[in-house]
Design a binder for this molecule. Structure first.
Ligand SMILES: Nc1ncnc2c1ncn2[C@@H]1O[C@H](COP(=O)(O)OP(=O)(O)OP(=O)(O)O)[C@@H](O)[C@H]1O
Ligand SMILES: [Mg+2]
Length: 336
């Protein structure tokens, strides 16, 4: 089905090339994703991090081809998944990729569950649809759902499958969403802020669950978050986004030991440290606000907030530089 879309490429699981998704609104063009390049190897956990509005969700939805059109459009670029350019697939081909190879956990878990069906029937439905061979009938699919609930750490799964979404806590809903995503047996799971609404203990449990999935089943995961602490705990690679662009990309240990982009350095300083609250000092946040599409600065879009700004930054947008192997940064300070 996909031969004509397949290009001979290196064996990365996912390769995003110069991807731009813009929204054409009556107020103007919102360049939500604006020339993103990314590579992801099979079996890794990649974090996508950045402040609210920097384009994380739009990037994830573009990879899934779930951008509402109108007003959204992929205006440039490619998304190669296992060598197949997803941007060229028709709706039916894309549906088969979405169900079987890539699944997504959305930012608001509650709104993704159907309030009028039990948890069991919703998970069983996914098995019946995506694992037809094994889930040959409804009762087998329900058994598989119970197994899956155990796997994602839900106690008393035999009882829980009869519950409706409103009877579950936020943490449980999030586990159900992960169970449903896994029932598709995806090769890539995209989780958009899967722990943001949860308390710290539940957050840690869900992140541990993701790591276990990656280690036990080799599932590749993209974890979208605004929290560098979550990245440190969970991911192996990280892409930092700002105004629709990836401004820094590296392995997690490199980013934390040697952040290069002034924006990444600012995000690091905003991570709360144990005991810091006792001093009564405010968290060191990055000064200023994320620009909107109406007041997007020329040159480097971070220049008006940047403590390391140079004259060139006002005039010209920096390309991606690669000062070290596997470490890329979009900042004039690292030119040449
Ligand atoms: N349907 C839409 N129409 C117009 N603009 C949109 C639409 N969806 C998203 N945007 C804009 O695209 C930009 C990126 O939004 P996105 O939701 O990707 O941010 P985010 O990084 O996921 O933020 P958050 O951390 O708050 O979830 C924002 O300026 C947003 O207002
Ligand atoms: Mg988002």
């Amino acid at each position: 089905m996909v031969d004509q879309h397949t290009k001979q490429r290196t064996q990365d699981l996912l390769e995003v090339e110069d991807l731009s998704t813009h929204f054409f609104t009556p107020e103007g063009i919102v360049r939500a994703v604006d020339g993103v390049d990314l590579r992801m190897k099979q079996g890794r956990i990649l974090g996508i991090v950045g402040e609210s509005g920097c384009g994380k969700t739009v990037l994830a939805l573009t990879i899934m081809r779930l951008i509402p059109d109108p007003p959204g459009k992929i205006v440039t670029g490619h998304v190669f998944f296992q060598g197949v350019d997803l941007t060229t697939l028709d709706a039916q081909e894309m549906r088969s990729i979405r169900g079987n190879k890539i699944s997504m956990i959305f930012q608001e878990p509650m709104s993704s569950l159907n309030p009028v069906f039990t948890i069991g029937s919703q998970i069983a439905e996914v098995f019946l649809l995506h694992q037809k061979d094994e889930a040959s009938n409804k009762s087998r699919a329900l058994e598989m759902s119970i197994e899956m609930l155990k796997r994602v750490g839900i106690e008393n799964p035999e009882k829980r499958i009869k519950d409706y979404p409103h009877q579950l806590s936020g943490g449980m809903c999030q586990r159900i969403m992960i169970a449903m995503a896994l029932a598709c047996k995806p090769e890539l799971m995209i989780a958009d802020e899967p722990t943001t609404a949860l308390d710290v203990t539940t957050q840690a449990q869900i992140l541990d669950l993701m790591i276990a999935l990656q280690q036990d089943s080799g599932t590749s995961i993209i974890l979208v978050t605004h929290d560098l602490g979550v990245v440190a705990q969970t991911c192996q690679d990280v892409a930092v986004m700002y105004t629709g662009k990836v401004v820094e990309f590296a392995g997690v240990s490199d980013i934390f030991s040697q952040p290069l982009h002034p924006y990444t350095k600012g995000l690091m300083k905003s991570i709360p440290k144990v005991g810091a609250g006792l001093t009564g000092k405010k968290l060191l946040a990055i000064s200023g606000n994320v620009p909107t599409f109406k007041n997007m600065p020329d040159g480097c879009t971070f220049h008006d907030r940047c403590p390391e700004v140079m004259e060139k930054c006002y005039l010209q947008a920096p390309p991606m530089f690669r000062p070290e192997k596997g470490h890329c940064v979009r900042c004039w300070r690292h030119e040449g």
